[in-house]
Design a protein around this ligand. Sequence first.
Ligand code: NDP
Length: 324
Amino acid sequence: MVHAIRIHEHGGVDKMVWEPVEVAAPGQGQIRVKHRAVGFNYIDTYFRSGLYKVPSLPAVLGTEGAGDVVAIGPNVVDFKVGDRVAYANPMGSYVEERLMPADRAVRVPDNINYETAAAMMLQGMTVRYLLRQTYKVGPGTVMLLHAAAGGIGLIACQWAKHLGATIIGTVGSEEKGKLAKEHGATHIINYAKENFVERVSEITGGKKCDVVYDGVGKDTFPGSLDCLKPRGLWVSFGNASGPVPPLDIGILNTKGSLFATRPTLFTYTATREDLVESANDLFDMVGRGIVKIQVNHKYALKDAAQCHRDVEGRKTTGSAILIP
Ligand code: NDP
């Protein structure tokens, strides 16, 4: 028996229960991982609340972790007992030990510790595809990044700065603004106090942005579209304030022949090849010190509800992890 944070029904943080669960012997292609650290991600709150439905209940929350391989099933050739591994999928990581498909795990390089690995896999690989694939950010790119001091935010500020972009970051407080700037944001807008659409226009001299990265959702819609140049790209990748309402596609026409995408990491890392390439690129960026993973909040795994409260209450910056 091991302990896990499970939900038996969707709802608030009170639905998160710390309870014993069985872990079977690994089956075909599976490994058993003993977690040394578990990553928190905003998506965990969606699966808890029911904004995203879990496949079945009860369900172990969490999508990310790092730890040691403690057993391997038949036909696992890439891993052995004792390997240090990390992953950002599938769900079921708020637990001391778990089974998972070996082809979703990657080996963690020696220069990256478990806590950093657990904090960076999901947010880091997301930033990679957002900046390198969804839109190819480079020198000359002017981008708007909402929630620039969050987990995705601080990684994206550093990575985009390295790529040479002009980064306009929005934040909910002065303190968060300072932090985002220290991590590479060129300009900061406190959207709790300022009209971000007007400020983007002022900052860019009316030219606006090539791309808007919007993980905030409901509260920044449709303003985000008004921050784009004609033919600019709106990347709506999350719902921290609630989901974007259903929209009339004609809005993309009237606001300047805009492009829109609603991507997810799980498509960009669907094949083993894509996953390994993405993880290796991230390990390289972190290993070379270009991106520093800010693990600003640590909780005992059994106290995961407090982590959810703090992040949903906008009290956190950078990444949060849970320690089994
Ligand atoms: P963050 O650490 O960025 O936390 C969310 C932040 O959103 C808050 O700190 C807050 O910053 C801002 N925010 C704005 N409005 C609200 C609100 N009403 N309630 C709560 N927060 C609000 O989280 P993550 O880095 O984990 O994730 C950021 C976004 O990226 C999320 O929407 C997440 O779902 C998405 N995501 C998408 C992925 C994908 O592949 N599509 C993968 C990973 C994450 P402030 O106070 O500065 O406004």
